[in-house]
Design a protein around this ligand. Structure first.
Ligand SMILES: [Zn+2]
Ligand SMILES: [Zn+2]
Length: 474
């Protein structure tokens, strides 16, 4: 007896899209049958999807929760927590989120993971995993040496910053030598290292120069976080990774120079992966001039139309691997409190819109095929972060994490349709598909735009495959 049978969906599997009935038992997919072969097993509940699109639940590899906003450190203002962010995610068809567990001086590495997992446990509507994160100039050898045990325990990804981002923030940059040591450990232990790559010298000098010229408005953000910084930092990160033999995941690629560096590295067979934020692939630095222009901002920065277009070319070509949000969810008053290049709040509310925007911009406007749509929204992030094929695939034995998208429900989106924040940077945006149902490990969590369960999310182990670690596998 099946727990759930979903019939008549257009189902995107790793081998393509076709009409299939999906049988689910014990939280996993146990049968995929073409309707013409009839007679699916009996099920406790059967739902006729009437031709709607069924894809693996989204995997967003880059969200932040409950973090004190760096430029609001004195006031202690934090972005929303796992409850709110995961609620938006599950409404939007995303079933796995990856957040950050910050190592603090004095911590055993396992304590950093335990502290952040405790914030998610019992309050998340999606499953979740954690990047182990370092925000210190130096990482003690004793801590680096704990990485193999943490990886063995299922913590298979880490993140490091190459810049302090703005002159006014608490420091977060790890120096290149310590990053080398970290990379040696992650590579040897079989983990992925995510990098926030910006050239700190170029960024900090640019701030000084802009301040002297009186050019501190938001519209100068791309002059501070500029193309030269992306070029130099991506080249350095890739050179280091090549020297060590480490796989790396370059977060929030924002410029043509970043795309070119990744294309070149992958052309040489290196396991280098790049992430794009949907709004980097849509908005440009011109949008900083709009009223409340801060709502479009995420660090490094929006850039030119040419840079934006390079993102989509690279996504279609297979040079860039994932669409992530860099979600930092706040309400509008918090998001817009910083009005200059020194104090703008990075990240944004976009988790709920990610799948619909990717479908609209990719499949609907640019002819992206459905398998590749799944790669960009789910499968590749699951592969790069060691969650595949439990996550990111509609296949026998995979978790029954599913997003049902209604491609006849084109609509203009407004913030009140959404559950993350009181604003959306996608206000008025016309989507070509809208999520109508989300299933997490066989449980229908959202149906008819209503939550049907409590928070069911659990922490996921990450084990990155040797294929992903040794070549540009996705
Ligand atoms: Zn970052
Ligand atoms: Zn981030």
């Amino acid at each position: 007896m099946l727990d759930l049978l979903l019939t008549n969906g257009l189902v995107v599997t790793p081998s393509g899209a076709r009409r299939l009935d999906i049988g689910i038992a014990g939280g996993t997919i146990v049968s995929l049958t073409a309707p013409e072969f009839g007679n699916p097993a009996e099920a406790r509940r059967t739902i006729d999807l009437r031709g709607q699109l069924v894809v693996p639940g989204g995997v967003d590899p880059h969200v932040h929760t409950n973090s004190v906003l760096p430029t609001a450190a004195e006031s202690g203002i934090m972005c929303f927590g796992p409850d709110r962010v995961s609620e938006g995610a599950i409404y939007g068809g995303t079933t796995t989120l990856v957040d950050f567990a910050h190592w603090q001086p004095g911590d055993e590495l396992s304590q950093s993971f335990a502290r952040k997992s405790a914030e998610w446990a019992g309050s998340s509507f999606t499953d979740y995993a954690l990047h182990g994160t370092f925000k210190e100039p130096e990482i003690p050898f004793e801590v680096l040496e704990q990485i193999p045990d943490a990886v063995a325990a299922g913590h298979g990804s880490y993140k490091v910053w190459m810049t302090n981002t703005t002159p006014t923030r608490p420091r977060q940059k790890t120096d290149l030598g310590n990053m080398w040591g970290l990379m040696e450990q992650t590579a040897a232990a079989g983990a992925m290292l995510a990098v926030h790559a910006e050239d700190d010298d170029i960024v900090m000098y640019s701030y000084k120069r802009l301040e002297r010229a009186g050019q501190t408005g938001l519209e100068y953000m791309s002059h501070a976080h500029n193309n030269l910084s992306e070029k130099l930092s991506f080249q350095r990160a890739i050179t280091l990774a090549e020297h060590v033999g480490a796989p790396i995941y370059l977060m929030h690629v924002s410029a043509r120079e970043g795309v070119d560096a990744i294309r070149d590295a992958r052309g040489r067979g290196l396991p280098v992966y790049g992430e794009v934020l949907p709004h980097y692939a849509h908005f440009t630095a011109e949008d900083y001039r709009q009223e409340n222009g801060a709502i479009y901002h995420t660090y490094p920065s929006l850039k030119s139309a040419d840079d934006r277009d390079s993102m989509w070319d690279a996504l279609l070509e297979g040079v860039l691997s994932t669409l992530a949000t860099d979600g930092v969810c706040t309400d509008l008053d918090v998001k817009t409190r910083g009005k200059t290049i020194f104090d703008a709040t990075g990240g944004h509310a976009g988790v709920e819109m990610r799948m619909a925007v990717a479908y609209t911009e990719g499949v609907s406007k640019r002819g992206l095929d459905l398998t590749r749509f799944v790669d960009l929204t789910s499968a590749n992030a699951a592969k790069i972060l060691g969650l595949y094929p439990r996550k990111g695939a509609i296949a026998i034995g995979s978790d029954a994490d599913l997003a049902v998208l209604d491609t006849t429900d084109a609509r203009r989106v407004t913030a009140s349709d959404l559950h993350e924040a009181d604003y959306t940077p996608w206000e008025g945006y016309e989507v070509a598909a809208w999520p109508s149902m989300t299933v997490l490990r066989g449980q229908v969590v959202v149906e008819d735009r209503e939550l049907k369960t409590g928070p069911l999310g659990v922490l996921q182990e990450q084990r990155v495959s040797s294929d992903v670690r040794s070549r540009p596998a996705c």
